[in-house]
Design a protein around this ligand. Structure first.
Ligand SMILES: *Cc1c(COP(=O)(O)O)cnc(C)c1O
Length: 376
């Protein structure tokens, strides 16, 4: 059996090596390392794939979130609602810009932001909501967009984990995740569903005005060279990374299908096991399985993880501490707010190996080992 990894980027690379190597070599031969032509080619390919008007590439997913907020003319102290059960970037950028993060709890079955909680948290200072499509499945964008519209607030989608997922509106319309809110943000971190070979990120929007502004902000707020209309940052997608992403984008749907196949294998093995809660499928979204995340029901999760480790099976906890309990962020918690679901989830969730190269032998071994521990 091939050694089991949380993410197997080596085998994935071997399978597309000729194309990737030639794409990289072409960039080196051209020496167009910054804003080379392939950055624009990739941008256009991604716009087509997502069916969105504008993609603005940038240096990483955290920058994408920061740049999105920078484009909205917010004032210090303006409130931004985020889930507390997420990766730190979602909240970090809000705090960094002097805005005020306001935490919402999540749903216990989808792990995504709780819409009723959002409604309760809205004040006259609320300016934006950042739903996170956690683990590869969309938050309830239909409800979130209607709340946002009613209250005149922006929606920035943190789509770092869900690129390629479809959202199904009740009127039959289907949109790609990240293209529904005012701005969508994604990351091309190597382990993400569309990953490059270093750091990378992008913003998506259907607004011409926002797209124009975002494209200046990523490049020092520069409209014309050396004329700065906005305060910006230096956040560009490397040409080398764009060349790699242009190749890998062609395989994104295959990669998603491979992840979904692995998830179906896990589901089948665990569905009838009362001590495991398999990831729920939200009817309004497809699931692209950035992670396959189980919940341990009444047994010590960490003992299972140790058991798996002895069997050379990696497993991870995403996320062990919700943001409202993190040292640097505790002071943002609103008086009277508590987050029982996120706190519970942080104690019971664990994610099994999930990537595009898992084979049946590995999946068989992983599922057998998990069940062996549970039925001990
Ligand atoms: C990975 C990730 C980010 C940040 O992406 P980077 O490219 O690493 O900066 C933001 N939000 C979520 C939910 C993520 O998983």
């Amino acid at each position: 059996m091939k050694p089991i990894k949380m993410v197997d980027l080596q085998t994935q690379y071997q399978n597309i090596k000729t194309q990737i190597d030639s794409a990289i070599q072409q960039v080196i031969d051209s020496t167009a390392f910054i804003n080379g032509p392939v950055v624009n080619d990739f941008k256009q390919d991604l716009e087509k794939y997502l069916n969105v008007k504008h993609v603005i590439p940038c240096a990483n997913g955290t920058d994408a979130l920061q740049i999105a907020l920078m484009s909205l003319d917010l004032k210090p102290g303006d409130e931004v609602i985020t889930p507390t059960f997420t990766f730190i970037s979602t909240v970090e950028v809000v705090a960094l810009l002097g805005l005020k993060p306001v935490f919402a709890d999540v749903n216990p079955d989808t792990f995504n932001i709780n819409v009723d909680d959002i409604k309760k948290l809205i004040t006259k200072n609320t300016k934006a909501i950042i739903p996170v499509h956690l683990f590869g499945q969309c938050a309830d964008m239909e409800e979130i967009m209607s709340i946002a519209k009613e209250n005149n607030i922006y929606v920035i989608e943190d789509n770092a984990q869900a690129i390629g997922a479809d959202f199904f509106f009740s009127n039959g319309k289907i949109s790609k995740s990240g293209t529904i809110g005012d701005i969508g943000c994604t990351s091309f971190f190597p382990s993400k569903n569309l990953g490059c070979y270093g750091d990378g990120g992008a913003l998506f929007t259907n607004s011409d005005a926002l797209a124009e502004k975002l494209s200046y902000i990523v490049n020092h707020g520069m409209k014309k060279r050396y004329y700065h209309d906005y305060i910006g940052v230096n956040s560009r997608l490397d040409t080398l990374q764009a060349a790699i992403l242009k190749v890998k984008l062609q395989y994104l749907d295959n990669y998603i299908a491979a992840r979904q196949k692995a998830a179906a294998f896990y589901d089948k093995a665990f569905a009838s096991e009362p001590k495991l809660k398999i990831p729920m499928r939200f009817a309004k979204s497809s699931h692209v399985f950035h992670q396959y995340t189980l919940q341990a029901v009444d047994f010590p999760r960490n003992e299972l993880l140790n058991f798996l480790k002895e069997k050379q099976i990696p497993a991870m906890i995403y996320y062990p501490v919700p943001i409202h309990l993190q040292k640097a962020y505790q002071h943002y918690v609103k008086a009277g707010e508590n987050y029982p679901i996120s706190e519970h989830l942080s104690k019971v969730v664990f994610s099994l190996p999930m990537h595009t190269e898992l084979d049946e032998e590995q999946l068989e071994y992983i599922t057998r080992s998990v069940l062996e521990f549970i039925n001990k």
